[in-house]
Design a protein around this ligand. Structure first.
Ligand code: AMP
Ligand code: GLY
Length: 424
């Protein structure tokens, strides 16, 4: 028989989630809402958008879905987990109250202060004049962040005071991110390598996933504007096992405990964006979900059944679970539309997908849809996550880039240095 599982979302992260769940011995059928053209080739897609929480819940009840895994933050903020729980459905993803750890930077900072989690010194402002005065007193470099969700664009790392003043004006006065900019967090600038630490949490206990490093800038050598992520690799040599343990002890566990004190049980992935500063690891931000593309580089290394671990989290028995990881390395190279993260065209026919798979890669689809005559066409900024596993990072990179070179679509762009930082 096997369990029926629903994955909510339609990007590369959801594709790898479907893949890992389908590889779990407990799972019989994998559904994805709404999915994309690549997910639809292998799994059953359901045409309901991620924000349509009521229809998703009704569908899951009617189908007898055993549990649901939520990819993106928007449905979590819209209360998907609350709605599903009320309908008696099992769901892996935090409630709306818990997802505020991502939805409000002010809330995240408050939780960190209360629990002694290391993070940049900060102040919160709802008055632009006071924000400006604070910036003048602290000087640059300094970081200005819109409090609410701004599609990953609400953070301004300001090299000069005048840049920070402009950021306050844009966010608070011109409201370029709408109500997300009603308040700003102004925090000290931190320096060091970054790493993403994802923890699977059942409210009290968390199992740390292997660390991953994302590549946020669009061009090689970390040049150009920030994106959703142009590639990822794991393991990350700058986060050896003792440091990962330290992050679990000093960040993940205290946050879960502090949330419990506030009456919030956090079930889902608690993702800590870490800066490894000379003073120790410090939190840049939290996400309430699996990272994208981080998950594409993490799950192929996971030997334990993903379904079993997520069920363990939903049922509150993670303290009795163990997760095994392969010592292999994984590299995910994102292929994006020309112009991304700015304006880009869609509808470009993608060639060579089967040759890329034959070259040994896992090709996770992000922004693709079905085109004429059975073709697959681009439909988003990030199009594909071409992922490979190998004995070493260098080996995984070799396979991933060979596969990337098999794939063609008009305007395709990708970074050629994904994972290089891990090779030293
Ligand atoms: P966030 O969305 O908060 O992760 O911020 C996006 C990016 O901005 C991070 O990945 C960092 O590269 C950078 N950033 C955020 N906060 C700081 C900080 N306090 N100091 C330096 N860089 C930062
Ligand atoms: N890659 C960063 C994120 O998922 O937020």
């Amino acid at each position: 028989m096997g369990l029926k599982v629903l994955v909510v979302g339609g990007g590369g992260r959801e594709h790898v989630l479907c893949w890992a769940l389908a590889g779990s011995p407990e799972v019989g059928r994998v559904f994805c809402a709404p999915g994309n053209a690549g997910i639809a080739r292998e799994f059953e897609c359901v045409d309901i958008s991620v924000g349509d929480v009521d229809r998703l819940a009704a569908w899951a009840v009617q189908q007898g879905v055993d549990f649901t895994v939520v990819g993106p933050e928007a449905p979590l903020m819209a209360g998907l987990a609350d709605r599903f729980a009320a309908a008696g459905l099992r769901v892996f993803g935090p409630t709306r109250a818990a997802a505020m750890i991502e939805g409000s930077k002010a809330f995240a900072k408050d939780v960190m202060s209360a629990s002694g989690v290391p993070t940049a010194k900060y102040e919160l402002f709802d008055d632009p004049a006071r924000a400006r005065a604070y910036i003048s007193s602290r000087g640059a470099p300094i970081v200005v962040k819109a409090d609410g969700l701004a599609a990953g664009k609400g953070v301004c790392v300001c090299v000069t005071v005048s840049e920070a003043m402009t950021a306050v004006e844009d966010i608070m006065e011109r409201r370029v991110f709408g109500d997300a900019g009603l308040r700003v967090v102004v925090e000290d600038y931190l320096e060091g390598p970054e790493a993403s630490v994802m923890a699977i949490a059942d409210g009290e206990t968390a199992i740390l996933m292997q660390p991953v490093q994302d590549h946020k800038r669009v061009f090689d050598g970390d040049q150009g504007p920030n994106t959703g992520g142009m590639g990822a690799y794991s393991p990350v040599p700058v986060v050896p096992a003792p440091l990962l343990d330290e992050i679990g002890r000093t960040v993940i566990t205290p946050v879960l405990r502090e949330l419990l004190k506030r009456g919030i049980r956090y079930t889902g992935v608690l993702y800590a964006g870490m800066m490894l500063t000379p003073r120790g690891p410090m939190v840049l931000e939290f996400n309430a979900r699996f990272g994208d593309p981080e998950t594409q580089a993490a799950l192929p290394r996971m030997k334990t059944s993903l379904a079993r671990v997520l069920m363990g989290a939903i049922e509150g028995r993670l303290s009795r679970e163990r997760v095994e990881w392969s010592s292999d390395a994984a590299v995910c190279v994102v292929m994006a539309s020309g112009g991304y993260p700015g304006k880009y065209e869609t509808g470009k026919v993608i060639h060579g997908l089967d040759r890329a798979t034959a070259a040994g890669a896992l090709v996770f689809h992000a922004g693709t849809s079905s085109g004429p005559g059975g073709s697959i066409v681009t439909s988003g900024g990030r199009v594909l996550g071409v992922t490979a596993v190998g004995k070493t990072l260098a080996a995984a990179r070799g396979v991933a880039y060979n596969a990337v070179r098999e794939i063609r679509f008009d305007g395709a762009q990708y970074r050629s240095d994904i994972g290089l930082r891990g090779i030293g």
